[in-house]
Design a protein around this ligand. Sequence first.
Ligand SMILES: Nc1nc2c(ncn2[C@@H]2O[C@H](COP(=O)(O)OP(=O)(O)OP(=O)(O)O)[C@@H](O)[C@H]2O)c(=O)[nH]1
Ligand SMILES: [Mg+2]
Length: 324
Amino acid sequence: MSLRGLTPAEVLDKALAGDRHAIGRLLTLVERGGGPADEVASLTHALGQDATVIGITGPPGAGKSTLVGQLIKEATKNGARPAILAVDPSSPLSGGAILGDRIRMDDPDSDSFIRSIATRGHSGGLALAVPGAVRVFDACGFDPIIIETVGVGQVEVDVTATADTTIVVMNPGTGDAVQANKAGLLEVADIFVVNKADRPGANEVRGDLQIMLDLSHMTGREEAWGRRPPVIMLKSLEGVGFDELWQEIQTHRGFLDEGDKRSSRQLLRQEAEVEARLEQILHLAAGDVMKSAAGTQIMAELNSFDLAPATAAQRLAALLLEAS
Ligand SMILES: Nc1nc2c(ncn2[C@@H]2O[C@H](COP(=O)(O)OP(=O)(O)OP(=O)(O)O)[C@@H](O)[C@H]2O)c(=O)[nH]1
Ligand SMILES: [Mg+2]
């Protein structure tokens, strides 16, 4: 049956009853943004079932997708029902790679759910789409929710801010530990994984990481985390080490559940989302005010060199605030 004529609330009812097409439709609405995405966000907000959100990041080709494929198996073996969100922060060009990942990761016999999400066509970008998709999965009873990101950089640090547990993946022989340090990933990691431990140099990476963690202990960073992240060796192709990884994920969840650590992380995430939404609203309003009659007049004065850019911007801002 087609879902096209249904309202978001009707699609959600079907999704909550386990209809996979309906879940996919909700995720499409979230990815597209705008009014329907906001409606889905509002409807699913109160329906969260407190799933653990796991962020997986690391350099291109580190084996994140292979790892996620094995993690799905491990989760399912332990009676969990995972959902996976593959995040493509870059461009439509890499959409093909994600599709490849999806095929590699997908297991038709499991009732896990795998979905990729891209920034294209979404003015609010991933800052809104990722929490929106997580909320859909959480409402529909998936747990854990695993977010895989492509590449390393600021975007990944932002995206993993959506996670309860951030796993940073690195490889032997690539200088990854040093790069991760430079990219600020040491500060966001809850668990480190040295993947491709079947290759030479894996123990050296572990050693490098331990030294860096020792140093961060000395600078007081570890004190801020309250916990030293474990380093786990994985052979994702062979599926070796995943029982330990699963155990560490549970241990970290237990750590967060003590006191108010988890809820304070959630509050921070919620505040970040509000900020992203506010920025989006202001961005759209700024575009509108520039196109208004008064705005066009100000831009004309700018273009005839009667106004400096800073003055033009101040006048436009005054119009914007007046209008609200
Ligand atoms: N030797 C070895 N190769 C591995 C292991 N895990 C993954 N690989 C290989 O590494 C390559 C990259 O794996 P992917 O899982 O696609 O890596 P990725 O991090 O998802 O890559 P991007 O999504 O492009 O960033 C593939 O050829 C995998 O077969 C491992 O444990 N050992
Ligand atoms: Mg991948």
